[in-house]
Write a protein that binds this ligand. Sequence first.
Ligand SMILES: CC(C)(COP(=O)(O)OP(=O)(O)OC[C@H]1O[C@@H](n2cnc3c(N)ncnc32)[C@H](O)[C@@H]1OP(=O)(O)O)[C@@H](O)C(=O)NCCC(=O)NCCS
Length: 220
Amino acid sequence: MAHALSQRTGRHPGWPAKIGALRVSAGVVELRPVRLRDGSAWSAIRIRDERNLAPWEPSAPGSWVQRNAVTEWPGRWAVLRAAGRRGVALPFAITLDGRLVGQVMVGNIVREPLLSAYVGYWCDARVNGCGVTTAAVAMVADHCFGPVGLHRLEATVRPENRASMRVLEKLGFREEGLFQRYLDVDGAWRDHLCFALTVEEVPVGGLVGRLVERGRAERS
Ligand SMILES: CC(C)(COP(=O)(O)OP(=O)(O)OC[C@H]1O[C@@H](n2cnc3c(N)ncnc32)[C@H](O)[C@@H]1OP(=O)(O)O)[C@@H](O)C(=O)NCCC(=O)NCCS
């Protein structure tokens, strides 16, 4: 059905989209496409949070400050927007009470016969531990298994990244195995644990429904 829609309209099912809202202890979490005007908030958070973000992100040329300068955003945004339009990514901004606090990115979308993608995320350290990212990933996963029509979502995490693994654990992602020297992160090829979820494992009511049932979020 989703495939038929994408062929009929020539557009990527489920994109663009606004998703939400879910209330967690820090405020109201929503997802929307990244915007050109996100640059100053994006840069300010990322430069402030270098110590929190750099150990988990792919290596790249230039210093952290250079790579996350406000002037870098228009180019990055254009690449993300183009990927969204081509149907290979869903580049969402995470907002908390309307302010940008992070990104949740569905990437490497492969349609039939795999119907698979990866999910990646980061969040402003000032609101870490409040359930913001768990709410964001729950919403994006339900969206992927619903309107986007995917069958499998994967997340790869360095075994040292306890907070990220906890997000996936709370959402019911299943550990599949260790990818050795998988990704060049923070200056070296690092092992990553692969976690995944297929649509068969999604509870009735979705991941959001289960979070709400468990008292970890409220519909807003
Ligand atoms: C990983 C990250 C996105 C989590 O965001 P968040 O909004 O704080 O996530 P949540 O609050 O929804 O959940 C975090 C969970 O990890 C737990 N946690 C945090 N640090 C932890 C640690 N060192 N050891 C074990 N658990 C930890 C929190 O207590 C919370 O679990 P709880 O709800 O059971 O208490 C955020 O820390 C981040 O941006 N990190 C840097 C970038 C990154 O690692 N991205 C993912 C790459 S795979």
